[in-house]
Design a protein. Structure first.
Length: 193
């Protein structure tokens, strides 16, 4: 059974009107794709590890090389061509997604997520850390296992929320929340189990 949070515990009018359920309805997995990194005194951002960048780059290169070889030699069945195209697209999509900035910049006073989403520090009221229990299938037999997943969200002055990051590492997401809270000088509401 999941713990139900009473926002009155925070004794704050914005907490009372803030949602305390996850923004994401689907499981975000039990792994951390990006790591928080401090870039000098003026910026913290989430970056993908080098190993995942290498995997996506290689996937794209292998797919594109295979497609080029098949076009030049006029060999390869339609199935092989489709597989090469899928590999190239997955690699390119992965590289694009990892290039999307997610971070906090003191110089401009904004949180950036992707190319379009911007939230001014003045519009941020607090950070919210919440968790939930999800069931995932584990290899090799596909047995169901219960795990905790976590979301770190910005709570805006009007009580609305913007997701910062979600993953399955309790210790890491709490550390990320503390780092960001101190960096932007906003409280962290930790309601995670």
């Amino acid at each position: 059974m999941q713990k139900i949070l009473n926002p009155k515990n925070f004794k704050d009018p914005v907490a009372q009107k803030t949602e305390w359920t996850p923004i994401f309805k689907e499981s975000n997995g039990n792994f951390k794709i990006k790591r928080l990194s401090q870039e000098g005194e003026t910026r913290v951002e989430f970056k993908s590890p080098a190993s995942s960048r290498v995997i996506y780059r290689n996937c794209a290169l292998i797919g594109l090389a295979a497609l080029a070889a098949m076009v030049i030699t006029k060999n390869g069945s339609i199935v092989i061509r489709v597989l090469a195209l899928v590999a190239a697209l997955v690699g390119c999509w992965g590289m694009y997604m990892q290039s999307q900035p997610t971070g906090f910049d003191k110089t401009s006073g904004v949180f950036k997520r992707g190319r379009k989403q911007r939230v001014k520090f003045d519009d941020i009221y607090a950070l919210q850390l919440i968790s939930r229990v999800v069931q995932v299938k584990t290899p090799p037999k596909g047995e169901l296992k219960k795990i905790n997943t976590y979301e770190l969200n910005l709570v805006l002055n009007d009580g609305s929320r913007v997701n910062v990051i979600a993953h399955g590492g309790s210790k890491e997401i709490r550390e990320d929340g503390d780092t960001i809270s101190n960096f932007i000088n906003k409280p962290l509401w930790d309601a995670a189990v």
